[in-house]
Design a binder for this molecule. Structure first.
Ligand SMILES: [Zn+2]
Length: 388
């Protein structure tokens, strides 16, 4: 059996000539007719079930440049392919491009997207293996990559594909439960050693992103050592433990490779960092504790990383009704910032759902979440004001 890695095929090419059969609930063809997306023996399309969260997830992944995983084509003849693994993802893409569903809670169709987003989706390249072999070989292989109920993880599949000295050494270091360092690493890395999650992280770090892992493994497949991988990984780990003296559970699973690349040139005072972390980690107004570390690394400026708690609904409603009463009396807008303007909105009474709560004294300057510190602004003005 033979497998060739293809990394240049775009979403647009794969979805060319896409059809969706509503009666059979199947995506039919792609690659201008050369690709059969759901051959008879495959499952039906499932990603539209349960509110369609999974098909929306595929599109959002593409827009955010998250990898959507490996796809396998079976080469049935010179110009004919079948999807062995990936039919759900490809069908999601085809359905979206063809207007069969929308994202952003059903409000955003493909046609309505800005041109650059459309292009981004269409031009995204997928990682595809073209597999060629006899039917028995393919079936046997398909069975091994999809052990019933426990599909192989992407990294397990990669290890199989790039098997050789590099994978052997890499597994000895990063997939070995006997390695005494695993416990220390697991403060920062989430997942299961046995399912290759630690190895995947190490590879993603050294190759600067999950989508580069395949290229990296293919280049190093026959290397007899893993020095570069190991050195880079240890640099990242050492940097984290030097900058952050305490280990917090919220540190686990952060994109440390990216943070290292972005901030390792800065100098930090670990004692000061530690006291900042302690202060923020106990602050109930911070909803996203995992954002604290990048917030501090970046100089405590980007509050959006922390998702600071806003006022609860009852406070917002009372404030809205008070502001609106006064505004009606004065015959001016219920958004205090709109009243200062000179356009049509000067007298506009916004509906409750057209407004957002704002901290009069910014949270970052010690302002509370008390009703006295709450004002409602129209969405535009709140976004302009921006700071917390
Ligand atoms: Zn306004």
């Amino acid at each position: 059996m033979k497998a060739i890695l293809k990394t240049k095929m775009t979403v647009a090419e794969i979805c060319e000539g896409f059809e969706f059969n509503t009666f059979e609930n199947k995506g039919l063809y792609g690659l201008a007719g050369k690709l059969t997306i759901q051959p008879e023996y495959q499952r039906n399309y499932l990603y539209a079930d349960e509110g369609g969260e999974r098909e929306v997830g595929v599109i959002n992944s593409i827009l955010n440049e998250y990898p959507i995983g490996l796809i396998y084509f079976n080469k049935v003849s010179n110009n004919k392919f079948e999807v062995l693994d990936g039919q759900q993802r490809i069908t999601s893409l085809g359905r979206f491009i063809n207007g069969k569903f929308s994202i952003e809670k059903g409000t955003q169709s493909f046609e309505g997207l800005a041109k650059e987003k459309k292009d981004k989706i269409k031009n995204t390249k997928l990682t595809i293996y073209e597999v060629e072999g006899t039917e028995t070989e393919i079936k046997e292989w398909f069975k091994t990559i999809n052990i019933t109920g426990l599909a192989l993880t992407d990294q397990e599949k990669r290890n199989a594909f790039y098997s050789g000295p590099f994978v052997t050494h890499a597994k000895e270091e990063f997939s070995n439960t006997q390695n005494s360092q695993i416990q220390m690493w697991s403060a920062y890395i989430k997942g299961n050693v046995n399912r290759q999650d630690f190895l995947e992280r190490a590879l993603a770090w050294v190759s600067k992103g999950e989508k580069n892992i395949d290229g990296y493994m293919s280049r190093h497949r026959f290397d007899t050592n893993i020095d570069e991988l190991k050195i880079y990984f240890n640099k990242v780990i050492n940097w984290i433990s030097k900058v952050f003296e305490d280990v917090e559970k919220e540190m686990c699973g952060l994109e440390w490779g990216t943070l290292y690349e972005k901030y390792n040139k800065n100098s930090y005072n670990p004692k000061k960092i530690s006291s900042k972390v302690q202060k923020l980690i106990t602050d109930d107004n911070i909803k996203k504790k995992s954002g604290i570390f990048e917030f501090i690394l970046g100089g405590s400026k980007d509050h959006s990383l922390l998702k600071v708690r806003i006022f609860d609904t009852s406070i917002k409603k009372i404030t809205y009704s008070n502001q609106t009463k006064i505004a009606n009396k004065k015959k001016e807008s219920n958004c205090p910032l709109c009243t200062l303007g000179h356009d049509a909105n000067k007298k506009k009474i916004w509906k409750f759902n057209e407004m957002e709560a704002d901290h009069v004294t910014a949270w970052s300057k010690g302002g509370s979440n008390d009703i006295k510190n709450c004002q409602m602004l129209c969405i535009t003005h709140n976004r302009v004001k921006g700071n917390l």
